[in-house]
Ligand binder design. Structure first.
Ligand SMILES: O=C(O)CCC(=O)N[C@@H](CCC(=O)O)C(=O)O
Ligand SMILES: [Zn+2]
Length: 347
């Protein structure tokens, strides 16, 4: 390896952070078993085993730069692959999505990247580095999924996050809108193996990264909330061990080892309201330390927007991702209601 190449592969996260808005170049190396590692950009690593299976797996982190536990997990898996301590039998794309936001230790630099997918990066006549990066990430995902010929390939995308607030249900995933396609038991079981027993069902399209993969490529894709935002080094890695172990098994084994499906083990919530902040004068009617999954009763005041009240519409309506400081037009609060797992159309 030459010096630059060894810098890239010796510490992929550090090299990515050193090239925070991208690197206009290409690196590749082969492992002793013939697995090819190709770097398409900073933070973009393709792992291709010598023998191709029918699965294409995307694992992304750092769409929000201060959500460090997923970054630590991806960093460690990537370095173990490079050191030949972690085997990979399926094509896998790792994405460290927004390195510049890691470097400033914030959710984003100029604009929330997880509102920029499915082409939103090109709307509104605004240009900034996060929009350019989101557009490139879309192209990398497209190139990765479409690289191998064949219509029956199984596509997956786990977009790893941590949440700003405490949560009464610590780990949960967002199941993006499937446009009526049935939900999948094996995916609920895989999430459960990751320690995620709670799943929120979106009822409409969004501009998140996971919805992009669902909608454009028919992937089984999820936003996976693994815990709470903490600075590097302050994550309790024990709490993330099940997720890391399951992701490692996912890429290393023909099929994940999953138990039989038991509806009682899954806690499913359907979207009730998505409340977007439409006015500067937007206030939540509860304190900053009220946790995700706190339940409100029908008629309770949740927020005011431009002085207009917004109420809970159901009993036991749970609040998720409250954030009064989001940009105008963006989601300031999601609310969900529990639904029986048995009520889902599952395959
Ligand atoms: O804790 C919060 O307020 C936000 C945590 C986070 O980044 N969540 C994702 C969820 C994406 C989705 O709805 O699929 C986000 O807000 O982008
Ligand atoms: Zn996030």
């Amino acid at each position: 390896m030459n010096t630059t190449q060894s810098t890239v592969f010796n510490d992929f996260l550090q090299w990515t952070r050193d090239n925070e808005w991208g690197y206009n170049g290409h690196f590749e190396t082969n492992l002793s078993d013939g697995t090819q590692l190709t770097v398409w950009d900073s933070g973009v690593l393709v792992v291709e085993p010598a023998k191709t299976t029918d699965k294409d797996i995307v694992i992304s982190c750092a769409v929000h730069g201060n959500e460090t536990a997923p970054i630590e997990i991806c960093r460690d898996i990537i370095q173990d692959i490079i050191a030949e301590k972690q085997s990979v039998i399926h094509r896998t794309l790792f994405l460290i999505a927004n390195p510049a936001s890691i470097n400033v230790g914030r959710r984003f630099v100029e604009e929330n990247m997880n509102r920029l997918f499915s082409g939103a990066h090109s709307e509104g006549g605004i240009s900034n580095p996060e929009r350019e990066r989101a557009a490139k990430l879309e192209q990398y995902v497209k190139r990765f999924y479409q690289y191998v010929e064949g219509t029956n390939r199984r596509r997956y995308h786990y977009d790893l996050h941590t949440a700003i607030r405490d949560s009464k249900r610590e780990k949960f995933a967002v199941y993006p809108f499937t446009h009526g396609k049935p939900y999948k038991k094996d995916q609920l079981l895989f999430l459960l193996a990751c320690g995620v027993d709670t799943v929120l069902l979106n009822k409409a399209a969004t501009t998140t990264f996971s919805y992009f993969s669902v909608n454009e490529f028919g992937a089984d894709a999820f936003t996976v909330e693994l815990g709470k935002v903490r600075p590097f080094g302050e994550n309790n890695r024990d709490s993330f061990a099940a997720a890391e172990r399951s992701l490692r098994q996912l890429i290393a084994q023909p099929e994940p080892q999953l138990p039989n499906f038991d509806p009682q083990q899954h806690f499913i919530f359907a979207e009730a309201q998505t409340i977007n902040r439409m006015n500067q004068d937007f206030e939540l009617n509860f304190a900053d330390d009220v946790a995700n999954f706190t339940a409100f009763e029908k008629g309770d005041l949740l927020a005011t927007d431009g002085g207009e009240p917004i109420y809970a519409q159901h009993d036991a309506e749970h609040i998720i991702f409250p954030n009064a400081k989001v940009a105008l037009g963006q989601r300031a609060l999601l609310t969900v209601v529990r639904v029986p797992t048995e009520s889902l159309e599952l395959v």
